[in-house]
Structures are given as C-alpha cells and as structure tokens.
Design a protein around this ligand. Structure first.
Ligand code: GLN
Length: 489
C-alpha cells in the first residue's frame, strides 16, 4: 500500500470514511514526515502537533459513531494554512517580526468553513512578510527551500504551502494570491494551485496586503482536490464587504469530464522575449493536449499586459501602506517602548518591519501623497481598467486563456533578492488576473532540463471557476505531470 502521505485529498477522505485508516494514524504520519523533512525545507513557521492530534482524535470519534450520519465532508483531513490567515488560538505572524507573538482571537472565514467541514490543522506555513514577495526569501523567519532542488526558491509568497504539498507534508494547503502568490509557487513546486474570482471567497481574517487584489486560494495535488476545497470555502460572507452573494457550484469532478468545444485562447503577449524556451515549449505542448481533448484553440490579444508590472507595483504598495498603518505598537503585536509616543511608533515599525515591507510602505505612501496621487495612483487605476477590459474582450471570444505562470522555472536562492525590480518582473504573467479580479488555476505541464517543474495557468471570466477546474481536471485525467513527486528526504 502507498504511504498515507502519498494519498490525494480524494483518496484520503475515502480511506477515512471506509475506516481503512484513522485520522490519528494519518495525522501522525504527516507529523513524522514533517519532523523528518522540515529541517531541510523550512516550509512551516509554526507547527501545532498537539492541537492537530486533538482534532484528529475528535474526528475519529465522530467517524466511528454509527449514529452520526451527516458527517462533515472533510472529517479528519489534515491541512496546512498559510501564516497570513487567522486561525483562532494559533499564532499568525504573516512572516513578520511585528506579529511574532500575535494570536488571533478568531478564525478567517475560509478557515472556519474548513474547520466546520472537519479538517485537522497541522501548522502555519512560511510566507514572504505580509505576502510581499515571489520567493519566500522576504520571510522574517528564514527562507523555504524548493523540494525539487534545495538551492532553489519555492516561489512566493505562499512558498511554504507549495513546498509542503510538493514534499507530501500535507495533502492540501491554503494560500493567498494578491499578484500570483498561489499560482507561481504552485508552478515552481510542481503542484496545482487556484485563485478564485475576487469576491468569491471571503477575505475576512486574511491579514490584508492589497485589499482590492487579495484573494484566498489553495494548493494541492490536483484540480479535483482543489475543487472540493473551493466548494466549501466559497460563498457569501457578510463579514467581507466585497463578498458576492452568488450560488457556488458543488463540484465533484470525475474521470469523464468532457471539454469538447471549450474555446481556449492563447495570448501572444505572454510569449515574450526573455521567457525560458523550455517553459514556452511545455506550455504550448499542454495547449496542444487540450486541443487533442477536444478544445478549440485560437490566439487572443491582451494588449495592455506590459503595463501590469508598473500598475500593480503602484496599486499594491499604495493599499499596503494604508493597511499596514494599523501596526503601530498599540493595537497589535510588537511594541518597542520609548519615552514618547511618536518614538514608540517609529521604533516599533522600524524594528518590526523588514526591508521589503518598508520599501513598499514608502513607495505606496509616495504614490498616494498630495501632488503625486494623480500621476501615480490615479493613473495606475485608469490603466488597471484597460487591463480588465482586455480580458473582457478576450472572453467574448474564448472560455479560458492559457498562458505560462512565470517566465522561468524556480530561480536560485539569492538570485533576485538584491534587485527588487528583477524580482518584480518575475510576476509579469500572474499580476494581470489580480488586477482584473478574474480566477486562475496553475498546474504542472512538464519539467526543464534541470528537472524543475514547469507550470501553466488557465484564467477564466469572473465567477467561471468551474470551467477552469473542469479544464484542468480534463488535462490531468489525460496526463501525469501532477503525480510526480520530488525525491527529497
Ligand atoms: N509577488 C507579488 C508581490 O510581491 C505578489 C505577491 C502575492 O500575490 N501576495 O507583491
């Protein structure tokens, strides 16, 4: 029999239901694997074995009680949660010293819905500080290593979640995506990751970065697994003012999903100079595979793509500068005592925030300041509308858009960390979906000559997540890239 930690979410839930193994055995198997591999990977900021075992024990009790007919759908399933999402009673650092000892008194809605569905929480995964980054190198708690090659970054900012899923430290993990932070690490670590439409999954309890861009997503081993999580997490929440009150499809994907006639658009602007040849080849081959499965492929144009990086790197820091104003030594987290209150603010923020966060607070404050607002923030908002319109026009012709997730496979730790601009340019293909608020799913479609995973993303029209899950699932039913595991440990 395969090791328990090799099972997918779907297989795990089935095994728990049929009594093949208990949640205790399963949780212990994950905790042992974490013990063994965590020193190499550093995927977690906090581990919560005692709580996990207590949750597993309670789950087993319910699983065994014959009278409990209406068992919650994920009862006994272990998961990992990115450390920017609040879980009641478990430290949430957001990868920052300023929140090093912050214990949220409530759980994020997305987390609460999963807890209500019966999950067991193994721990909180590593992230760039306040989710600002593309490599997990900006975490105040050390860098996560890519399980495919320990000298490479796992991507970011949900790099801990991606590494954990790839290395089988958890069957699924929650992430967040403000500009690619679920899709890009999924791609770098060879796992599947989705970001929903803005407004689809509540942001309540997500420690805010860029509020008009932030979304809660998940990483896992297949589109099928993620569709289950999506159905549970999505839906209206009165605690998030931007949450949409729309019906959520209850998706249980099976092997014979048919994508005959699905119109797939390939945007010419995503195959630019500088893209790694092997990435382009693998993505084009995956598009051909979709065509073999019955899809109709055509070229589309998203002419404002090149402005996504400058637009995002004005809007996201601007929103961040406002969101992070609350970390002042009074309300949350760290306080550095000082003679007067202004010095207390300065010293708390000066020692609590890392350099990338400070850079963005300064950029954002500048972009919003009187005299510069129109030239930067105002202008960026106008161009953001053009990027959104590009997608609207493309989705008049096609159902999904297929593109690379990142121009390269996982880069080496340290390669971009001294040069913020070169790091920001890594995000060129993921930022547009956030600026437009549309959903996306990233999944593995091959490997490069260094045996590093290559990802492709499908983007869809607002609230058309089901189409994305179905297309990715059809691809995964006909291929096996998503089943490959790194030989770590
Ligand atoms: N890499 C992007 C940034 O640094 C996106 C991060 C994210 O999606 N949270 O802001």
């Amino acid at each position: 029999m395969a090791a328990l930690t090799d099972l997918t979410l779907t297989e795990t839930v089935k095994g728990l239901r049929t009594g093949e193994f208990s949640s205790m055995e399963l949780t212990q198997a994950y905790l042992e694997r974490i013990d063994q591999l965590e020193p190499k990977l550093h995927a977690f900021i906090s581990l919560t074995p005692d709580k996990a075992l207590a949750q597993a024990k309670a789950a087993d009790k319910r699983l065994k009680s014959a009278g409990d007919k209406q068992l919650p759908p994920l009862l006994g399933l272990p998961i990992a949660v990115k450390d920017v999402l609040s879980v009641e009673g478990i430290r949430a650092t957001s990868g920052s010293r300023i929140l090093e000892n912050f214990i949220p008194p409530f759980s994020a809605t997305a987390v609460q819905r999963l807890l209500d569905a019966g999950v067991v929480i193994l721990g909180k995964t590593n992230t760039d500080e306040f989710a600002m980054g593309s490599s997990t190198e900006n975490s105040a708690f050390g860098t996560t290593h890519n399980p495919w090659n320990l000298e490479r970054v796992p991507g970011g900012s949900s790099g801990g979640s991606a590494a954990a899923v790839a290395a089988r430290l958890a069957p699924v993990a929650l992430g967040t995506d403000t500009g690619g932070s679920v899709r890009q690490p999924a791609s770098f670590c060879g796992v599947t990751g989705f970001k929903p439409t803005y407004g689809r999954i509540s942001r309540y309890g997500l420690i805010a970065y860029g509020s008009s861009l932030d979304s809660v997503g998940a990483l896992g081993r297949s589109a099928q697994d993620l569709a289950e999580l999506f159905s549970i997490m999505a839906g209206f929440d009165k605690l998030d003012a931007t949450s949409m009150d729309l019906p959520v499809p209850d998706m249980h994907l099976n092997a014979d999903v048919d994508i005959k006639g699905l119109r797939v658009g390939v945007p010419e602007e995503y195959f630019i100079k500088g893209i790694q040849t092997e990435v382009e080849e693998a993505v084009r081959a995956a598009v051909s595979e979709l065509e073999n499965l019955g899809a109709q492929v055509r070229q589309v144009s998203l002419p404002h793509t090149e402005y996504a990086v400058p637009v995002y790197y004005i809007i996201a820091p601007a929103e961040a500068s406002a969101n992070l104003a609350r970390f002042d030594g009074v309300r949350y987290g760290l306080r550095v005592e000082s003679e007067d209150i202004i010095d207390m603010f300065k010293e708390t923020r000066g020692s609590g925030f890392g350099s990338e966060v400070k850079r963005r607070i300064m950029l954002g404050t500048y972009a919003l300041s009187a005299g510069y607002y129109d030239a930067y923030y105002g202008q960026a908002q106008k161009v953001r509308a053009l990027i959104k319109r590009d997608f609207e026009q493309a989705f008049e012709q096609v159902d999904v858009i297929a593109a690379p997730v990142a121009p390269t496979t996982a880069f080496t730790i340290g390669e971009h960390s001294g040069d913020p601009l070169s790091m920001y340019l890594e995000d060129v293909f993921t930022l547009p979906a956030n600026l437009a608020g549309i959903p996306g799913i990233a999944f593995p479609v091959g490997f490069d000559s260094d045996n590093l995973p290559i990802g492709m993303q499908l983007m869809g029209s607002h609230f058309q997540e089901e189409t994305l899950f179905r297309a990715a699932h059809a691809y995964q039913s006909a291929s096996d890239w998503h089943t490959k595991a790194p030989a770590v440990g």
